[in-house]
Design a protein around this ligand. Structure first.
Ligand code: SF4
Length: 407
């Protein structure tokens, strides 16, 4: 490891290397913190105090998102920072990380810090350095802002617990959904090792009732793993409360390797469909098996909820005045907010198209799947189903075109 590069570079040179090196990590959700600031502190990790902006592919902006170092002893085949790559390397000292964060915060550039790292020497050594930076922020600079801390696979329980206590959010990337895929592309890792930090956080969370559990990231399309395999894993992680959130990251080819797929474009549309399906699992009461009746992968042409509805026309039309919350959520175009409004409105009188309009419930898509006082608002024809699919694809392509410009 060429560590002589460490001290030579000035912090801003290092920063430009290490912020670029960090951009492949999606798992930086800044919501969920509730800690108020104290009189002599700066920053404020409050639900509404953290500004976070999401691009369509799930990347979060507004945090100082850096690696402590892009030196790494591992050689994961999909990773730009793998040990065999000849890339500019740098490492920030704990003091540099702390002062950069505070200076950026004071200038109003950022709301908080997302700190990750390559494995430098070994997982514990890396975590100790990262923890030093966070301790400086918390205890020397009284930085009370948001900190997202990436846990290193293989780190000791004691350090994982410390990180969990100091940070607002922690995450540990599973990266690939199966043991076989890890063996193939990340031979230094195994499922037990990458899963362990999440398990520890879950245990500490349960014992001490501290903050929220962690998040994780899974790379999409670097291995032949199907959407069903990936979402089955997410379903398990959610049901066991191991993570609050799974982030899906379209595989971006940065290295050449015979074990990696030869693709021209990262599978952003697939990533987008996985996020939609994930949403259905978390908020709509769907089970993974319901989304995969015909194939092991989600359809790309149409969103998974509409796809399910078009194949379950026996479930429709849903009579709005009689449907319960979860029946409403099955209707394409009706989300949790609209469903809640409809349930509330029913308590006060009969529903009509005008009432729904006033409530802000859009019937554009839903009208094909509902009745109001027994009356159908529109019939779904084969040609309509086809239109849905084409329109969805066009809309996705349009939004991707604009959103990617902001990245
Ligand atoms: S351990 Fe992390 S930083 Fe190191 S090569 Fe693997 S993915 Fe990259």
């Amino acid at each position: 490891m060429k560590s002589k590069a460490l001290e030579k570079k000035d912090p801003f040179q290092k920063l430009s290397i290490l912020s670029v090196a960090a951009r492949y990590d999606n798992s930086c959700s800044s919501s969920g913190g509730r800690r108020e600031t104290h009189p002599y502190g700066i920053g404020n990790s409050h639900l509404s105090g953290i500004c976070h902006t999401w691009t369509s592919d799930g990347r979060c902006v507004s945090l100082l998102k850096i690696l402590m170092t892009n030196f790494c002893i591992h050689n994961c085949k999909y990773c730009i920072n793998r040990s065999q790559n000849e890339v500019p390397r740098a490492i920030l000292t704990p003091e540099e990380i702390a002062t950069l964060t505070v200076e950026f915060y004071r200038r109003n550039y950022i709301e908080g810090l997302f700190l990750s790292s390559g494995i430098y020497k070994n997982p514990d050594y890396t975590m100790e350095l990262m923890l030093k930076a966070v301790k400086l922020l918390r205890y020397k600079y009284y930085f009370n802002g948001y900190i997202h801390f990436k846990l290193m696979p293989g780190a000791s329980r004691e350090l994982v617990e410390k990180a969990f206590r100091l940070a607002d959010r922690v995450s540990s990337n599973l990266e690939l959904p199966t043991e076989e895929s890890l063996k193939r592309l990340a031979p230094h890792k195994n499922f037990r090792k990458v899963y362990q930090p999440l398990q520890i956080v879950r245990e500490v969370y349960e014992e001490k009732q501290l903050k929220a559990p962690a998040s994780t990231q899974i790379i999409i399309g670097a291995t032949p793993d199907t959407d069903k395999t990936i979402l089955k894993l997410s379903e398990r992680l959610y049901s066991e409360k191991i993570v609050r959130r799974v982030y899906y990251s379209a595989y971006i080819p940065v290295n050449r390797d015979t074990d990696l797929p030869a693709i021209k474009e990262p599978p952003f549309l697939r990533e987008h469909r996985l996020y939609q399906a994930d949403w259905l699992l978390r908020f709509y009461g769907f089970k993974v098996d319901e989304l995969f009746e015909e194939s092991e992968n989600l359809p790309l042409e149409v969103d998974p909820k509409l796809f399910w509805a078009l194949r379950h026309l026996e479930f429709f039309p849903v009579e709005l005045s009689k449907a319960d919350y979860y029946e409403l959520l099955r209707v394409p175009g009706i989300g949790p907010l609209s469903a809640k409004k409809i349930i509330q409105a029913k308590k006060y009188g009969e529903l009509s198209e005008i009432t729904l309009k006033k409530l802000g419930v859009s019937l554009k898509k839903a009208k094909y799947f509902i009745t109001l006082k027994g009356k159908r608002l529109a019939k779904i024809l084969k040609s309509e189903a086809k239109n849905f699919e084409e329109r969805q694809l066009t809309l996705f392509k349009e939004s991707l075109k604009y959103d990617r410009g902001t990245n």
